[in-house]
Ligand binder design. Structure first.
Ligand code: NAD
Length: 336
């Protein structure tokens, strides 16, 4: 049997990246749609063969409780709506996959985890890079000391923000480039090291006269110090497209550029003074199908997802510290 997913929010990411990739899944299938726009429900419902009985509006979302075909709900809404829909999904007795950033505050993340725990349902965050082969290899090589013990990490993520969208409206996004794209630098620093930072220091620069940046930040850089002594230097921006990270060890480095796009990752390794590309065969399953199948498998076996709610919470803890550091002009300590 395949696990049935309801997609909540029929925006760009849901319709262009997630929904088409159910075709590559072994254990997950698309069974229901939730949207506030009847025309989208009709269009995508017809395209994916979802009958009218499994098309929901936000107002009748809670009726998913009565539909046993829906095992899991995938929340792909603007960030500040994640908490409400994750909690309502759990209360309707459904497992949940929630997009990054998990929510707009630590408090919301904690409430989401508590709601899913109380309902006895899985909660997973859409950190798709953990299902992408080059990132998985980078984790193994880094933690395995392939270029010697890690000393430093640099990570950068950005894209040029288009005007007039919820991402630039703080009440909906919770913040600027850091919430949306810089979180990939932060998450990579955490998954590459397998450690939680103990100190954060951040600097922000935003042209508030630019109409895009009235309520959210453009550029923010942050430095993380980890318990082992590793320092990660991270860049986040809405300025232009850039995407990569580099792990620097005592014997060389591992470079990923781009590191976390939808496809096209490239890895180069320098070890003992020799620089060479590292290529992997094309995977049988892409990162999108991989993450959908992973939650399905966890539901069937009772296992905990490799990117549970606690992973989203850990990022939000650091994000709050980054914003505090930038605002107060001092480094912020975090509990190990
Ligand atoms: P989008 O603007 O394309 O889609 C958002 C959808 O939410 C739209 O269909 C919109 O109609 C709907 N919506 C419902 N209530 C709304 C409200 N009050 N205001 C505005 N829109 C409302 O955005 P997106 O790019 O699809 O992003 C959705 C989520 O997915 C975000 O959390 C984002 O961070 C995440 N995302 C993740 C990835 C990834 O690679 N993991 C990529 C893109 C987006």
């Amino acid at each position: 049997r395949k696990i049935g997913y309801a997609i909540v929010g029929l925006g760009s990411y849901a319709t262009r990246q997630i929904m088409p990739n159910f075709a590559g899944c072994d254990q997950a299938k698309l069974v229901a749609l939730v949207s506030g726009t009847p025309a989208k429900l009709a269009h995508y419902g017809d395209q994916y063969g979802i009958p009218a009985t499994r098309r929901y509006s936000y107002a009748d979302f809670d009726r998913i409780r009565d539909n046993p075909d829906i095992d899991a709900v995938y929340v792909v809404l603007p960030n500040s709506l994640h908490a409400e829909y994750v909690i309502r999904a759990a209360q309707a007795g459904k497992h949940v996959l929630c997009e990054k950033p998990m929510a707009v505050s630590v408090a919301e993340c904690e409430a989401m985890i508590a709601a899913c725990r109380k309902a006895g349902k899985k909660l997973m965050i859409g950190y798709r890079s953990r299902f992408e082969p080059y990132n998985r290899l980078a984790i193994d090589l880094t933690r395995g000391g392939h270029v010697g013990p890690t000393r430093l990490i640099t990570a950068e993520h950005g894209f040029p923000a288009q005007p007039n969208q919820w991402r630039l409206d703080k009440p909906l996004s919770g913040g600027g480039s850091l919430m949306d794209i810089g979180i990939y630098s932060l998450n990579a620093a955490r998954y590459l090291t397998g450690e939680e930072p103990v100190e954060v220091s951040a600097v922000e620069s935003t042209d508030r006269a630019d109409p895009r940046f009235r309520t959210v930040e453009d550029r923010i850089t942050f430095m993380l110090r980890f318990p082992s002594g590793i320092i990660a230097n991270c860049i986040s921006s809405y300025s232009s497209g850039h995407n990569g990270y580099r792990v620097i060890g005592t014997q060389g480095w591992i470079n990923m550029e781009p590191a976390t796009p939808y496809s096209g990752q490239t890895m180069t390794i320098r070890k003992n003074n020799v620089t060479a590309p590292r290529t992997l065969p094309a995977p049988a399953k892409n990162q999108f199908a991989g993450q959908l199948d992973h939650l399905a498998e966890c539901i069937m076996t009772g296992a905990t997802p490799i990117v549970p709610g606690e992973e989203g919470l850990a990022d939000l803890r650091v994000i709050e510290a980054i914003y505090r550091s930038a605002a107060e002009g001092r480094s912020v300590r975090l509990r190990a």
